[in-house]
Ligand binder design. Structure first.
Ligand code: RP5
Length: 187
């Protein structure tokens, strides 16, 4: 066991094999009803081959579970927390209060205010306890995964290369769309 500044970390846990990768990202959601709205986050992590674990826990309904999970996250190899919630969305902020790992918040759309409530609750953190808040909607959920990957890629050259390839593919998609548009309208 050694303390790397994020908690006690067993050196055995950092050994990764091709078959069994330790999760580096935790994706938490306040309710299973959030899953379809953040599916693009999970898809993006999978696409770029990042090991993650997914849990349902609520800042309001299961605050004890959130505290216990977050307090032990660093020690089991988690490096970035992604927390998604809708409505009075306190999950990301509460996670951030229990860890010094970076926390990314996804405000989930839905309910009477369609995500505006979640956006403000997630983004308006008091100074000293940051939550990197992404946008509401599928693009925001994708960006949460990409931001987590960018953080991990600072210490992972192969992941940085996969990230760069993904960025290049997104660029190419726009160029292809432009070409198709020009063809269609003859300019
Ligand atoms: C939030 O309340 C959850 O993150 C979800 O977005 C919203 C509604 O939850 P359910 O009533 O569908 O469980 O805490």
């Amino acid at each position: 066991m050694k303390n790397n500044g994020y908690g006690m970390v067993s050196s055995r846990r950092s050994v990764k094999t091709k078959e069994m990768k330790m999760a580096q990202v935790a994706v938490l959601m306040g309710s299973s009803s959030d899953l379809p709205k953040i599916q693009s986050c999970l898809d993006t992590l999978k696409k770029l081959d990042v090991a993650f674990e997914v849990r349902v826990m609520s800042a309001h309904r299961t605050p004890d579970v959130v505290k216990e999970y977050i307090s032990g996250a660093a020690a089991k190899g988690i490096r970035v927390i992604i927390a998604a919630a809708g409505g009075a969305a306190h999950l990301a902020g509460v996670c951030a209060s229990h860890t010094i790992l970076p926390v990314i918040g996804i405000p989930v759309e839905g309910g009477s205010l369609n995500g505006m409530d979640a956006l403000l609750a997630t983004v308006q953190m008091p100074g000293g306890i940051p939550v990197a808040t992404v946008g509401v909607g599928s693009g925001g959920a994708t960006n949460a995964a990409l931001l987590a990957i960018q953080i991990l890629a600072l210490n992972d050259v192969a992941l940085a290369e996969r990230f760069a390839a993904d960025r290049a593919a997104r660029r190419q998609k726009v160029l292809d769309a432009d070409e198709a548009m020009m063809k269609q309208y003859g300019n």
